[in-house]
Ligand binder design. Structure first.
Ligand SMILES: [Fe+2]
Length: 210
């Protein structure tokens, strides 16, 4: 990681920005780190040094900072959401991007563009069905696509107040068949082709109990 990238991460705290990982776990970090390395080997993302991947992994932890503005009672609501509640939750993506953009001290730094992209677009999908901008295909950066996939997978294997954790094998099936929205064929192939290593890396062993 370059000195400038380390400084940027320090700046986030100074601007009051901290990772929001409600119902996520430290597993998300391992998940993004592994997917990034695999995606680099598959040339899905540019060939970048480990330090760069480490920086992006740290940035990924901030993808949901916009949720800080959503009442926790709604984020953790056990029943189904009303349309206004769903809209409020979905607003976290645009709100996160705005948080970065409106921090003048941060926005002056080049790294802020990457973080803004992650926060605003991690719920966009390859087929244009995501939000907030309905971006599709190559309009989405490979990094954002990858973080979106890691986020969707981690949400499945994390217990929720309305359901238990979904085991890896079933979660992987759901992800690949599009239950969490469409991902690019190249990214799906990366995920599908490395499942054994993925389980070992992310869960520490094969995850019959994950
Ligand atoms: Fe999100």
């Amino acid at each position: 990681m370059t000195h400038s990238q380390q400084q940027f991460l320090r700046c986030l705290g100074e601007h009051g920005l901290a990772p929001v990982l409600i119902d996520h776990s430290a597993r998300f970090f391992a998940l993004v780190r592994y997917l990034l390395r695999t995606a680099r080997d598959a040339a899905f993302i540019p060939n970048s040094p480990d330090g760069e991947l480490s920086f992006w992994t740290h940035l990924a932890l901030y993808h949901d900072i916009g949720k800080a503005a959503v009442p926790e009672a709604i984020l953790r609501k056990p029943g189904s959401l009303t349309p206004p509640e769903r809209a409020l939750i979905q607003s976290h993506a645009a709100a996160g991007g705005e948080l970065v953009r409106s921090s003048a001290g941060l926005w002056a730094l080049p790294e802020a563009r990457i973080l803004c992209d992650i926060c605003r677009h991690h719920h966009e999908r390859w087929d244009g069905s995501g939000y907030p901008d309905g971006l599709r295909g190559e309009e989405l950066s490979p990094l954002v696509q990858l973080i979106g996939m890691a986020d969707a997978y981690d949400a499945l294997v994390t217990p929720r107040c309305y359901r238990p954790a979904i085991p890896h094998e079933r979660a992987a099936c759901m992800l690949l068949r599009g239950d969490c929205g469409a991902f690019s064929p190249a990214l799906r192939a990366i995920f599908a082709g490395h499942q054994a290593e993925f389980q070992t890396e992310v869960f520490g062993k094969t995850s019959a109990s994950a």
